[in-house]
Design a protein around this ligand. Sequence first.
Ligand code: ADP
Ligand code: MG
Length: 605
Amino acid sequence: MMLDIIKLLPDSVANQIAAGEVIQRPASAVKELMENALDAGATQIDLVVKDAGKSMIMVVDNGCGMSETDARLCFERHATSKISKAEDLFAIRTMGFRGEALASIAAIAQVELKTRRREDEVGVKVVNEGSVVKEQTLVPMQPGTSFTVKNLFFNVPARRNFLKSAQAEMRHIVEEFTRVTLMNPEIGFTLTSDGKEVYHLYPGNLKQRIVGLFGSAYEERLLPVRQETDRVSIEGYIVKAEYAKKTRGEQYFFVNKRFIKHAYLHHAIENAFMEMVPQDSFPGYFLNIEVDPADIDINIHPTKTEVNFLDVKLVYAILHAAVRKAIGQHNLSPMIDFAESAELNNDFSTAMGMSQPLAIPNIPLDPNFNPFRKEQTPREPHYEGGYQHQRQEPSGDWRLLYGERTDLPTEDAKEAKPNCQYLQVNQSYIVTTVKSGLLVIDQHLAHARVLFEKFQKEMENHSGTSQQELFPQALTLNANDASLLKEMMPELENLGFDLEQANPTTFMINGTPSDAAGSDAVALLEKILDNYKLNRTDLQIDRKLNLAKTMASQLSIMPLTKLTEMEMQKLVDQLFACNVAEVAPNGKKIYIIVSIDDLAAKLNQ
Ligand code: ADP
Ligand code: MG
């Protein structure tokens, strides 16, 4: 006799299995409950947890509340007030959207719901344990809703045992709390853990919210980012490059206020920081992208934090430009006279095929004012790897930097500069006076910045000049390195290397970049190869940046090198003609200004 072997699972088991998808740990329940409170229009949301949420999670809101019927119904699978037709799924902007969260939580925990609508006299209390309604009574209460979730996974021991340490689970909870609260700064939140208030966030703006979450030090560290086009708008803050962290921490990226992970777009941001943040550090950011929901495809899975864009390249380009702009404005800031304004050449939006022009970055300085340059060649915007860098005019306002001297006519500035005295300290630092005090420049870092920008430009314009070697040297490599060198050949040639492959593993160095004159070409190429291997990437833009970085650090004037006054003058001149004069390609500060006040304070100590 044949036995039927297929059995239908009892509902309770089916519910538990489905619940596992939505609720993996206490933090998932926290997220769902907080998002529901937001959807209910609450202006104050309080989260209380015990034992990292393992024994209790409570979310109290002052939102719209539920009727008595809804209070029972909300625990049913696919019970939702948010979707009635399939199309709604795509237009939905609220957070949870499948009516599954509460059903899932109730399947694996003991849930007590208290809720009252403003228009009702009393509230209702519903107790649901393992999907079974255990109690329903009327209770006096303020309008709003509170969900108390006790003993998560009480009936799924395997899951319960799978939970991590209280510390780890609490970290997940704080992370979810952070994501939700960041994008809702106009709403007040608190988080209390085992009787201690961990966060008390007052309603405010995004900056205040970041400061509330991460500490008052962030007041100084944030740079605003804002970019609007008709398809995409980006708003938020980045953390100044000098505060980049050694661990990948404060990286918050949202689409329509929903936290997502997106490696490609994350790269757009990191890339914009590239030359500013040291290799082993991670830039911080808090950015929200608003797009038409029709332009994205959110993976309709409640725990997935993924989203696909119809035109991800466009978003990449806009995001990259927005972050660059923010960094650029910051780097221009400390010494700039904000009284004047200049229109920067910005053909970005037309280049990107957008009908609406992008907002022109408002960087108020006089781009034509540079007393130490004889001629001003306007820089054209240009393409690289599918998007455009925004070019900024030389930073620093020379009038503020050099005080009185700048009323000299531009033509005479060079000749007049002997007035300006440069001292070299410890054969490593260049010191000169500026209006506000003493300017102290690290010569090695300054030169690295100058060369870095020069090499980048040369690679773009194929304009590196070459110095022919009288006696070409041979560079012999292993087969692997030889093929890497071949990969890099076009860029090396643009920089002024003249290499000829003599046999599969030997290259003749017929010429070197003029800037490398007098240095050991073989050692330089070996260093370039080493760094190339370390930072190997498929992206051409990164390859170029890495190459420029290596060359710049290898060929820049070293500390403990004596410089003449003319050399110092020229270096300072070139430094302040750079796009970014403040930070070396390795992320270090190039100069400091010791203000007269600082000096006075030191002297009067
Ligand atoms: P969804 O949020 O996808 O609709 P949920 O299971 O999270 O599904 O919630 C089911 C329904 O319960 C919601 O649609 C809403 O009508 C109601 N609800 C849940 N939480 C609250 C709350 N805090 N305040 C008011 N109504 C709520
Ligand atoms: Mg929900």
